[in-house]
Design a protein around this ligand. Structure first.
Ligand code: 8GP
Length: 833
């Protein structure tokens, strides 16, 4: 693509020279000071730390905005296809350090601040996390945004401007307590309002008919309530690239016309009440990572952000080109991040049919060519379904469209493939009628797009075989695997600059853009000098983490102990309670045999439980109570420590991951779609102890069987065992150590009250142990013994760790995004000059 540079910055004789946005220390100093004085209205001498942080962010933002404008103009003028990533969650974390490192401004900004007596590191730590996501799915979206800009791909991320992100977690007497996360109470220097792109959204109401100029009937959605969506743009800075894409987040506002009407009728208070109700739509992120169906506000949130985003995409298409609608997919690809934005499919149909007067066949073809869908979970409770009654009330026109899509599907391809087979129709229908009527959002997502992908090889296989076998039979070409990845900039360069430098010194800088180059480190695993330096870096991070642990848990841990880490959302399928069983077992062993040769270990947890997930909260309480006992038991001493760091999130992960020795990836096989923490930890040289689940399978293939601790039942064995009739009591009665462990948990030893952990004990035994902790217990304990033996050989251990860093290049989100660009979006790279 050759667009002359001059056409991107139309200079008129009237345009004054821009202020000096150079990267010299002097230019940056003057930008920062100008923002302190003229944006914030503060005196340099008395500006607060927050003022300095804001001014620094703004100075950086000034330098990237020009690239954002250039990128947008180039993308428009060159008429390339763009990817629009629709996600209800973006777990961005902090932005300043990432933007500094990616843009190459880090050193000059550090120097500029230091010359003014300010410490960049302190400023970096004061930034609140932008926690607009629950876990894996939201963090993946954030990694993808980084890779899209880095790889010069034209992209826009769309999401919701939540006023409150994921709750802040505190422990009170070992129990989780939630507090609101007002991440932008004081505003955020990264976001820019775009009032001229405000959108209007309809909801509720009823459907009538109208006739177009040719006398053809069209549905008309009337008597609706209206909301406004105000977009906020956040520039996304890529690494070593001039592409700056944006993340556009919609904030809900009351429709002023509507308010005004009530206001004129004399109901001032009523008008304000309507305004408050309208604004609740983007108020808060739903805090569940697995189930959310059923809540009206959630459906309204989903539709609100989808309607705003599609209107924005359609506006760009109509203003930018005079092309027929059939060309829409050549300009716009839309990726659905799970089914949460799946209402985009009937919404695009509605726009094309009702507003643009297209016929059904043309509209449906455009939809299918535009959309693609990523599935992130096989858990049945996480598969979204909306009751037909609710759907009909909130989105009556969309329900009509869904019914028609369904009828055409069942009467067309399904009838052709399985003539007269009512059972097949029931299974494939977009409407679940097994008890009440529900819209199956996953079925709609597969049907309304041209590609459906799973997020790891095993997951995709199970998607085809177990979740969507009939769809797979009908449309095999539609299913693709795209294994997840993480951005190595944030998860190595930013969070572990020491290791990043060592790697760059050893193999050059190329790995930051081409992670496969990390393989060049393979040979260094045999270099004792390299291993010493690698180990010293790990120890440095362990010292830093030990201080954090001391400060937030009041527990003193030794950096020479093995740091055993499980950080992820709290969920039974992830089996933090299997980890707990092993720790209790070790505790007993230490008490029974104080002289046992056991390398000291610190078990480190970080996890938030969904506020309404009772058993998950019971597990947190159990781990904290165990920690309280173990950490204060003089018979244990330094051999064992257990800590649960409160308020786990992106920034805390950036501290824990570089310090981890062992990475716990112990989900029941078949339950974890991929996992991405597993990749970040391996990259930073933590060895994995894990089941053959999700991306662990591919991690094992990459790093080699000698450099990972795999244990437990496979997917097939799990299925087999369940089919035979799994009985946890058998394991309980046949394994004395296990029995003692569970009995101990069920006793009053840990809190003084035997009933405190009855829910946990009952889940293991009375409720059938649905995630097979007992079946995997002995294999897990044995694998942990192997870990202990290996850790006692530091040279061997470090060698394994180095090989993990060297061999996980495949799990870079750049590779993942390239896969999407090639296999699904057919998207060209467009370098911004
Ligand atoms: C997660 C999967 O559990 C995880 O294995 C995977 O690595 C990650 O997605 C990214 O693909 N799934 C979710 O976070 C998820 O389904 N969340 C939605 C219910 C909110």
């Amino acid at each position: 693509l050759s667009i002359p540079l001059s056409s991107l910055s139309p200079a008129t004789p009237m345009t004054p020279a821009p202020c000096d946005l150079g990267n010299s220390t002097e230019a940056i100093k003057s930008s920062i000071v100008n923002h302190v004085r003229f944006t914030l209205g503060a005196y340099v001498d008395s500006a607060s730390p927050n003022d300095w942080w804001v001014a620094t962010c703004l100075a950086v933002r000034d330098r990237v905005m020009d690239s954002a404008t250039k990128s947008r103009t180039l993308h428009r003028k060159s008429g390339v296809r763009r990817i629009h990533y629709l996600s209800l969650e973006y777990l961005m974390g902090r932005l300043l350090e990432n933007n500094l490192r990616n843009s190459g401004l880090y050193d000059s900004v550090k120097q500029a601040l230091s010359e003014m007596g300010k410490d960049l590191d302190a400023l970096l730590q004061s930034e609140p996390d932008m926690g607009l996501g629950n876990g894996g799915l939201g963090r993946l979206a954030a990694c993808f945004m980084d890779s899209l800009s880095t790889m010069n791909l034209p992209a826009i991320g769309y999401g919701i401007h939540y006023e409150f992100g994921l709750f802040r977690q505190e422990f009170v007497n070992g129990r989780q307590v939630e507090h609101p996360d007002a991440w932008m109470r004081d505003g955020s220097p990264w976001k820019i309002a775009r009032p001229s792109y405000r959108q209007r959204v309809q909801l509720y109401g009823r459907v009538t008919q109208r006739f177009d100029e040719n006398g053809n009937p069209h549905a008309q959605w009337v008597d609706t309530k209206c909301l406004l969506g105000l977009p906020w743009d956040i520039p996304i800075v890529g690494y070593d690239s001039h592409t700056v894409n944006v993340l556009r987040l919609w904030q809900a506002q009351a429709d002023e016309d509507f308010n005004f009407k009530i206001f004129n009728e004399g109901s001032y208070i009523e008008a304000l009440r309507e305004k408050a109700i309208a604004e609740t739509v983007s108020k808060v992120l739903y805090p569940n990572d697995a189930t959310e169906s059923g809540k009206e506000l959630r459906l309204v949130q989903q539709y609100f952000f989808v309607a705003c985003s599609l209107a924005d995409i359609v506006r760009r298409f109509k203003n930018g080109y005079s092309l027929p609608w059939s060309e829409f997919p050549s300009k716009a690809a839309i990726q659905l991040n799970d089914t949460h934005p799946a209402v985009a499919i009937p919404e695009l149909m509605r726009i094309l049919l009702d507003e643009e007067n297209l016929d059904w066949g043309s509209a449906w073809k455009i939809c299918q060519e535009t959309f693609s869908y990523t599935n992130h979970t096989l858990l049945p409770e996480a598969l979204e379904m909306w009751s037909v009654g609710l759907f009909e009330r909130v989105l009556p026109r969309h329900l009509q469209i869904i019914y028609r899509i369904n009828a055409q599907f069942l009467d067309g391809p399904v009838e052709a493939r399985w003539p007269g087979d009512a059972a097949k129709k029931r299974v494939l229908s977009l409407i679940d009628e097994r008890g009440g009527k529900y819209v199956r959002m996953a079925h709609m997502s597969v049907l309304g797009g041209h590609a459906t992908n799973g997020v790891a090889a095993l997951h995709t296989r199970l998607l085809c075989e177990r979740l969507f076998p009939e769809f797979h039979e009908l449309f095999p070409e539609r299913f693709v695997n795209i294994t997840n990845g993480v951005t190595f900039r944030r998860w190595l360069d930013v969070c572990n600059p020491q290791l990043s430098s060592l790697i760059t010194e050893t193999i050059g800088e190329g790995w930051k853009k081409d992670a496969s180059k990390l393989r060049g480190l393979d040979a260094s695993a045999d270099d004792a000098g390299f291993r010493d330096r690698y180990r010293a870096i790990k120890r440095h991070h362990k010292v830093v983490l030990a201080k954090i642990i001391q400060d937030s848990c009041g527990v003193c841990v030794s950096p020479d102990a093995l740091f055993d880490v499980q950080i992820k959302r709290l969920h039974e399928y992830k089996r933090q309670h299997l980890n707990l069983l092993n720790i209790v077992t070790l505790y007993r062993q230490i008490l029974n045999n104080p002289k046992a040769d056991f390398h000291p270990r610190v078990f480190i947890f970080g996890a938030k439980a969904a506020p309404g997930y009772f058993l998950a909260k019971n597990i947190i309480h159990a781990i904290n109570s165990l920690a309280n006992k173990v950490n204060n038991d003089p018979r244990v001493g330094d051999k064992l420590k257990v800590v649960f760091l409160p308020n786990y999130g992106v920034s805390l992960a950036e501290k824990i991951i570089p310090a981890a020795d062992l990475s716990e990836q112990i989900s029941t096989a078949g339950k974890e779609a991929s996992g991405t923490g597993n990749m970040k930890l391996a990259l930073n040289g933590a060895l994995t102890i894990g089941t053959l689940d999700g991306a662990n399978v591919e991690i094992a293939e990459e790093v080699g069987d000698d450099n990972i601790f795999i244990f437990g039942l496979t997917v097939e064995q799990v299925t087999d065992l369940k089919a035979r009739g799994y009985n946890p009591w058998e394991y309980y009665w046949n394994n004395e150590a296990l029995r003692d462990t569970i009995d101990w948990i069920g006793s009053d030893y840990f809190t003084g009250h035997a009933h405190d952990f009855k829910p946990l004990r009952d889940s293991f035994l009375e409720h059938g142990d649905p995630y097979l902790c007992l079946a995997d217990y002995q294999m897990y304990v044995d694998a942990q013994a192997k870990v202990d033996a290996a850790y006692k050989q530091p040279e061997l251990w470090t060698k394994m760790a180095v090989l993990n860093t060297a061999r996980v290049g495949f799990f870079s989100s750049d590779r993942t995004i390239q896969d999407y660009a090639d296999k699904v979006w057919k998207l060209p790279q467009v370098a911004v000059p």
